[in-house]
Design a protein around this ligand. Structure first.
Ligand code: BDR
Ligand code: CA
Length: 311
């Protein structure tokens, strides 16, 4: 049985690989891709999402533009990581497939109301603005979401955009708080797990050796993306954060984690956007998220290479 998903994204090189992994996987039916402001502003993320669909030979996937700023704060972007376009690395043509006229938040609400309850999984891999806006506007959809599988947060790795916070949560902490408190089944891929799945030269070579336009593009995306983390952390390779969400849907046995309480800090200037994860069970706060902590990195990259090779 195929699983219906909506990918909410701010591409982003690692977002792009996540989208490609999903489009290459017959187990998943991508109902739509909703763009949000994050790594770069919305006018770029919605174009980037369409570029990736066309790269995958899937101009039929509907792409929607959503919120252009966080719920309550000015947008923070990450060109220092992703480059000016958000998708620096490969040279991809301007997309010719249309952007859908419907707002992404309306698409999310309409789809969840139309499809059978419990049949649609949301996969947010950027700031959670679109998802929170949909939940705010249409609280009835919370009971209709199958589950949310998101990339965001950190406990042991603490932060990447600030000493205390991971980028996706930091950009829109109020949105994250809404999502983490929505009572929806939640699986979280924090930095703790993505930092255990670093790219290597051999991985990049494997993509390049596919000899396909998609393999070449993924190699160029990863090549570019690695530069920032290699310089910052001093290790070889970079974490491919966002594809961990899709890999989880395809092969959950590659991952392990704990069902724990996770709260989002929204008040403190110093630690705003921190995901306060009760990994050690030292509070009596109710568990609300499966917080992933470990991954079989070799298995993850084998899955990625197998699927990307199909495109
Ligand atoms: C997250 O932030 C973005 O830069 C990446 O695309 C990923 O979603 C990692 O912190
Ligand atoms: Ca992202």
């Amino acid at each position: 049985m195929t699983r219906k998903i909506i990918i909410d994204t701010d591409p982003g090189q690692d977002d792009a690989v996540a989208i490609l992994l999903a489009l290459a996987s017959p187990e998943l039916q991508v109902l739509g891709i909703t763009a949000v402001a994050g790594n770069v502003p919305l006018p770029l993320t919605q174009v980037n999402a369409r570029k990736i669909c066309e790269l995958a030979g899937r101009p039929d996937i509907p792409v929607f533009a959503g919120c252009d700023a966080p719920l309550m704060r000015p947008l923070v972007t990450a060109e220092h990581v992703h480059g000016k376009t958000g998708l620096d690395g490969p040279t991809l043509p301007e997309p010719t497939m249309p952007l859908q006229a419907t707002h992404a938040v309306d698409f999310i609400i309409d789809t969840l109301r139309r499809e059978p309850a419990g049949s649609v999984t949301l996969v947010p891999i950027g700031p959670l603005t679109n998802i929170a806006a949909a939940l705010q506007r249409a609280p009835d959809i919370a009971g209709r979401v199958a589950e949310i599988v998101l990339m965001g947060g950190a406990y042991f790795e603490v932060g990447n955009i600030t000493p205390a916070a991971e980028f996706n949560i930091f950009v829109d902490p109020e949105a994250a708080e809404i999502v983490f408190r929505a009572g929806i089944r939640l699986t979280v891929m924090p930095l703790d797990v993505t930092h255990k799945a670093l790219t290597t030269e051999a991985h990049v070579r494997a993509f390049r050796d596919m000899g396909t336009p998609v393999g070449d593009a993924v190699a160029a995306l990863v090549d570019f993306f690695e530069r920032y983390d290699e310089a910052k952390y001093g290790h070889e390779g970079a974490p491919l954060h966002d594809p961990c969400t899709i890999a989880w849907l395809l092969a959950p046995d590659l991952f392990s984690g704990r069902f724990i309480n996770v709260e989002i800090e929204v008040r403190s200037d110093l630690t705003r956007g921190m995901s306060v994860a009760d990994w050690w069970g030292v509070t009596d706060r109710a568990p609300n998220a499966l917080f992933i902590g470990d991954v079989d990195a070799a298995g993850f990259y084998a899955l990625l290479a197998d699927r990307i090779g199909r495109l």
